[in-house]
Design a protein around this ligand. Structure first.
Ligand code: F0G
Length: 457
């Protein structure tokens, strides 16, 4: 059979209601035109994030009941540690409540003021944590990664020449580590090749700079490597993941993505001195090192989820759903980032709404139009999210203006996708009537979460 089916059947359901268009207009007004401030029950298809929004399997629910809630050295911790070690081969393992807790501990213990942290593209919380510690977070994405129409297999790769230049331009002591984000969320969910990870490691090794993998979507990245990179077709996703981590000195992980869990994460490293610092900060911020901000039942769920994310049939289905959405949009002429990413389809708001200048936030225009049209919640990854200013305080446009439709794992069926495609198509038909926006209130960090906006006439 050529039809790819969900490798599961549904045992429990959650009601979903669609509120009327008038109610959506009122809801968006109450949310100051910022979809982060909407009530979730006012959203029909919620694609705000693929983080912590997935459905757990029967195995995970069963494992949850085995949670050992002992404060120290629980059985659940042992299982968690053993699975993370099996996948990563890394020595010291610290559970944390989610990815940004790992980033924060890393930044607070290792980063000094004036340091430089290279990455292919920093995710917003990663950037904020590095900058909060006084560092410059630098994105060294390869040129093809910025071209949203180019069909190329590994557009999440880091530019190796720019990495060398970055090291040459800054003294090595100013670069406490280099990061690589797999897959590259902010650059369109594009994967990073094994070859690139190996090359990065090769460059860093010469200078003794550690490599830290932001591993949130490591299993989806492993699937792309198996599919598109020569020499990996016959390896299992676990073997591919093991090779990826073999180049890393440390990693931050949000198990809300490829841990198939609703909460959780970890910070891991090989270096004993780093581990000592992480442990002390973990106790201060998260909890005792064998639970680190998680319940024993969460550790159980993650131990099962990490291995399920590496199941080949699961990844085939996962990628097929994202492809289905992406292909349907391409067929209708809707501009999306090519090729289709791992966890999301990214609409190109710059091409979708060419008449709205970046400083009037075309991404927000599109996000709000999708909500008003069908109750679909998406997220802007553009000038509002990356909010950067020059020394005079003038706002700088983001190089990419994207709207992300992030697909929760194992949650929506094909008819949900068909409804979504119909909604996007309807917005595409009326694109000329979509307004730009201005910000009327913003906080000083991570402004997209809480800023308030007003439509321009
Ligand atoms: N790194 C990447 C690449 C991420 O995508 C995220 C989260 C984090 C780090 C932080 O993890 O949320 O567990 O603290 N991304 C979510 C998203 C929020 O919607 O893309 P966290």
């Amino acid at each position: 059979m050529s039809t790819i089916i969900e490798p599961f059947r549904i045992k429990m359901t959650e009601p979903l209601k669609i509120i009327s268009k008038d109610e959506r207009i009122e809801a968006l007004k109450r949310a100051y035109n910022n979809v982060f401030l909407l009530d979730a029950e006012d959203c029909c298809i919620d694609l705000l994030t693929d983080s912590g929004t997935g459905a757990m399997s029967t195995q995970q629910w069963a494992a949850l009941m085995l949670g050992d809630e002992s404060y120290a050295g629980s059985k659940s911790w042992k299982k968690f540690e053993s699975v993370v070690k099996q996948i990563t081969g890394i020595k010291h393992i610290f559970p944390v409540h989610q990815g940004r807790a790992a980033e924060s501990i890393l930044a607070q213990t290792i980063v000094n003021k004036g340091d430089v942290i290279p990455n292919n593209s920093h995710f917003d919380t990663t950037r904020a944590n590095m900058e909060y510690a006084g560092a410059h977070a630098i994105d060294l994405l390869c040129d093809k990664g910025l071209n949203t129409t180019l069909e190329a297999p590994f557009k999440g790769d880091m530019d190796i020449e720019n990495l060398k230049k970055c090291i040459a331009d800054n003294s090595v002591e100013k670069i406490p580590f280099c990061m690589i984000t797999v897959t590259n969320n902010t650059g369109g969910g594009q994967p990073v090749s094994m070859n690139n990870i190996r090359e990065i490691k090769g460059v860093l090794k010469k200078y003794g700079i550690p490599l830290v993998i932001d591993a949130c979507r490591f299993a989806e990245n492993a699937y792309f490597i198996k599919k598109h990179e020569q020499g990996y077709q016959d390896l299992s996703l676990l073997e591919i993941a093991q090779e990826m981590f073999s180049y890393a000195d440390a990693a931050t992980m949000s198990c809300k993505k490829d841990g198939l869990a609703n909460i959780g994460g970890f910070l891991i490293c090989n270096n004993d001195q780093w581990a000592e610092k992480f442990r002390n900060m973990l106790i201060l911020r998260e909890g005792f090192p064998t639970y680190g901000g998680l319940a024993g039942r969460d550790l159980e769920v993650i131990a099962v989820g990490l291995m399920e994310a590496l199941e080949y049939d699961y990844q085939v289905y996962r990628h097929a759903t994202v492809e289905y959405l992406g292909r349907s949009l391409i067929d209708k002429g809707v501009p999306i980032v090519r090729p289709i990413g791992g966890h999301a389809v990214f609409l190109d708001a710059k091409q979708f709404l060419p008449n709205i200048p970046p400083i009037q936030y075309p991404g927000i225009g599109l996000v709000n139009a999708l909500y008003l049209e069908g109750g679909v919640r998406s997220v802007e990854l553009g000038t509002v999210m990356f909010g950067r200013f020059d020394e005079q305080g003038n706002e700088l446009p983001s190089p990419l203006e994207l709207v992300r439709l992030a697909i929760p794992r194992r949650v929506y069926t094909q008819s949900h996708f068909d409804y979504l495609i119909e909604t996007i198509d309807a917005v595409w038909e009326k694109k000329d009537s979509i307004p730009g926006y201005k910000i009327t209130y913003q906080p000083s960090f991570l402004r997209h979460f809480t800023c308030q906006l007003e439509a321009l006439e």
